[in-house]
Design a protein around this ligand. Structure first.
Ligand code: MD6
Ligand code: FE
Length: 220
């Protein structure tokens, strides 16, 4: 039996570092979420029981390879009418599940560690990647307040994060993100293109064959 706090493919926590050499606005907190993982997974199970993960459609009618749901007052949705934040889950007509306290606390603490004190998210998008799922290069621009940061938590299988520039055609840096890593993104680089490379097959000790990403935003 191995009682190490960290799985072999997880890196131990370390202090804040820039996500890429040419950014001041995106901070990587390696392993920041590891102490909260058990509570985070329990909370994810509660949210997804009430608002199941589903493959939404892009405005152009394509099925997204990433399955999504939300919690908190607002949820990010996409369908034939476009991208937007909505107070209700379109699948049920009910409000999104409340944001679990452990989510709220982690997002606030991570933002503070990266130099954004007082972050209070009103939306948490939950993304589930299975093998082959990817997120094409995009900008996060459906929020009304670009001064607030975005806090992004990676759980489960590792992924390659693509960190591009101000234009879609700019070459993207490739940054590995592991179980427990947190990225805080704000300031000057808030509108840079970014995405996730197709998830590689694998088995994570706690999450199995998937990667879960929590993305906290102040949408309004
Ligand atoms: C993901 N993340 O990591 C997708 N957006 O699965 C994002 O699209 C993202 O991680 C804005 C800020 C941080 C992110
Ligand atoms: Fe994004």
């Amino acid at each position: 039996m191995n009682f190490s706090l960290f799985d072999d493919d997880d890196l131990p926590p370390s202090g804040p570092q820039p996500l890429a050499p040419d950014t001041m606005g995106a901070t990587l907190l390696r392993g920041f979420a590891l102490p909260q993982v058990a509570s985070l997974l329990a909370a994810i199970n509660e949210v997804t029981a009430a608002a199941p993960l589903r493959h939404m459609a892009t405005p152009g009618g394509l099925r997204m390879s990433v399955a999504m749901t939300n919690c908190g007052p607002l949820g990010w949705v996409t369908d034939g009418r476009g991208y937007r934040y909505a107070r209700q889950d379109p699948a049920s007509g009910l409000p999104w599940p409340a944001m679990p306290a452990v989510f709220q606390a982690l997002a606030c603490e991570a933002a503070q560690a990266a130099g954004f004190p007082g972050f209070v998210p009103d939306a948490c998008l939950i993304n589930r990647y299975e093998a082959g799922a990817r997120m094409a290069l995009h900008q996060d621009k459906d929020e009304s307040d670009f001064d607030a940061p975005i806090v992004s938590v990676s759980l489960g299988l590792p992924a390659t994060f693509l960190f591009g520039g101000a234009a879609r055609a700019d070459k993207a840096a490739r940054i590995p993100l592991f179980h427990g890593d947190v990225v805080v993104w704000g300031g000057a680089d808030r509108l840079r293109y970014h995405g996730v490379a197709p998830l590689k097959d694998g088995q994570h000790a706690l999450l199995g064959a998937q990667r879960i990403n929590l993305t906290f935003r102040k949408a309004r």
